[in-house]
Design a protein around this ligand. Structure first.
Ligand code: DX5
Ligand code: ZN
Length: 218
């Protein structure tokens, strides 16, 4: 499965519902929702109520990315809000295993996110619990940054771990992703491409081409 997941962070925040509708009308299946707390990352975005309200008018797959110092404190709210998948970060100190179990038990898919400088070894204990591994290709906090090429090597290593362990999680890249990154990311085994700025600044023809390059639906 290959997916292009527009990141709503790059939409107009006074009209997030409109940006969501645009992605929906473009034919997208997933939407990426970035939640920031001003602690784990130096920025704030939106909270669970926004997710609740977006859910009212959308059947898109809600790919929720929690960039929070204490994700376990907010899981209930995001589980209730209509998330289809919740990614939590590996770096902060909390009971990651319990958090993943809680997400799974609520019938929601699980993701583990890693910052560009975080070694992939920390993922190993959680491999069997994961539906998705999110590799940050920028330092999280802001849209519109430059894709960090060296993460491609990590993506290859995660793909090898997936193959060797016969795990079936999807591999997602997030940050600075544009059409020019599709091919090298594909070669590294990436399945889900989060695109904020490059998606929302493109016209509908360019978006269509972008989705075709990703091979969405294949
Ligand atoms: C960054 C977020 C990304 C961001 C991607 O902290 O996690 O999802 O919205 O936006 P672009 O594609 O503009 O880098
Ligand atoms: Zn994100």
């Amino acid at each position: 499965m290959k997916i292009l997941a527009p990141s709503l962070l790059a939409g107009n925040h006074a009209y997030l519902g409109e940006a969501l509708k645009e992605a929906q009308e473009d034919g997208r299946k997933w939407i990426h929702l970035d939640i920031m707390d001003g602690h784990f990352v130096p920025n704030l975005s939106f909270g669970p109520q926004t997710v609740v309200d977006l859910r009212k008018n959308s059947d898109l797959f809600f790919d929720v990315h929690l960039m929070l110092e204490q994700p376990d404190k907010y899981l209930d709210a995001f589980l209730r809000a209509g998330s289809d998948l919740i990614s939590i970060h590996l770096e902060p100190t909390y009971d990651q295993e319990a958090a993943l179990k809680k997400i799974k038990n609520a019938g929601v898919q699980t993701g583990m996110a890693l910052n560009p400088d975080t070694p992939i070894e920390g993922l190993i204990p959680f491999i069997d619990q994961l539906d998705l591994v999110l590799l940050m290709t920028v330092h999280p906090g802001f849209g519109g940054q430059k894709f960090i090429e060296s993460v491609l090597e990590k993506a290859k290593q995660v793909s090898e771990i997936r193959r060797d362990s016969k795990a079936e999680f999807l591999l997602e890249v997030d940050g600075g992703v544009g059409p020019e990154h599709i091919e090298p990311c594909m070669d590294a085994g990436v399945d889900v491409f989060v695109a904020g700025t490059s998606y929302f600044q493109a016209n509908s023809l360019e978006r269509q081409k972008f989705a075709e390059e990703v091979g969405e639906g294949c």
